[in-house]
Write a new protein. Structure first.
Length: 269
């Protein structure tokens, strides 16, 4: 367990390509860390609000949102309890869709999340880990998450164009690190939607490991029907079917993440 006096580790889960398992990773990694006794806050920064829905928080109960966190400094942070003990949520609504426009004229537009999380707010400092589920684009919301984060976890789908666009994200991380957040690191690349019946998945996984080396986590998230079904039941897969291959993989991923946290995060290439 981390030192209770230590600041929470802020982990952005990002990939500008949609449909790679980013929100699934945010929900189930957060759940797995919470199950291990860590205090986790998940910030849903995607206007679609899928992480909020997947954690069983309906739209009508999203009183304090990530939009409020970014734009309403006077309102105290009120994270929402979820059905997962130790896992709390700052949910998203469609209000976030206008966030880029709303912050574009702000001289601190790249630092809105950093400023919000840097405030001495009891809800935030009592967490061990803060996970930020980023939108599927490299917009101002994602840049805000990267400026605020200590490290980035990148879900990467095991399909033909897996590496396409990743170089852009890596360049963005390096740019943010050079200009706005010197502590930012790539925590790792997580291969998702792996289909062992498909030779292409194995080929893509091998190519990614050859290209990115130790950046790639050993844990691979399989393509699993339980992972797909769980959001429709408004719960993490680890609760929907704890023994499914997808749930087991995310438990392993949490263990590997914690092991990596014990040392230095891997440097960007």
């Amino acid at each position: 367990m981390r030192d209770p006096q230590a600041k929470p580790h802020i982990l952005a889960i990002a990939n500008q390509k949609g449909g790679v398992g980013k929100t699934t990773t945010a929900i189930n990694l957060g759940t797995a860390l919470a199950a291990l006794g860590h205090r986790v806050l998940l910030i849903d920064l995607d206007p679609q609000g899928n992480a909020s829905t997947g954690l069983g928080v309906p739209s009508a109960e999203r009183d304090f949102t990530s939009y409020d966190l970014l734009f309403d400094k006077d309102e105290p942070v009120q994270a929402t309890e979820t059905l997962v003990p130790n896992l709390r949520l700052i949910p998203a609504t469609s209000d976030l869709s206008s966030a880029d426009v709303d912050m574009v004229a702000d001289p601190r537009r790249l630092h809105k999340m950093e400023d919000a999380l840097g405030a001495n707010v009891i809800d935030l400092v009592l967490q061990d880990y803060i996970l930020i589920d980023c939108p599927p684009s490299l917009n101002l919301l994602t840049i805000n998450a990267l400026v605020a984060a200590d490290s980035v976890l990148v879900p990467l789908q095991c399909e033909f164009f897996a590496l396409e666009g990743l170089s852009q994200l890596m360049r963005t991380v390096q740019s943010v690190r050079a200009t706005s957040n010197h502590r930012l690191r790539i925590q790792g690349i997580v291969l998702t939607m792996f289909d062992r019946r498909n030779n292409l998945s194995g080929q893509v996984a091998a190519d990614v490991r050859e290209t990115l080396g130790t950046l790639v986590y050993d844990t691979i998230i399989p393509r699993n029907v339980r992972l797909s079904e769980a959001p429709s039941h408004a719960m993490p897969a680890l609760i929907y079917d704890h023994a499914s291959s997808g749930s087991v993989a995310y438990q392993k991923l949490a263990g590997e993440l914690l092991a990596r946290m014990g040392g230095q995060a891997v440097e960007p290439a």
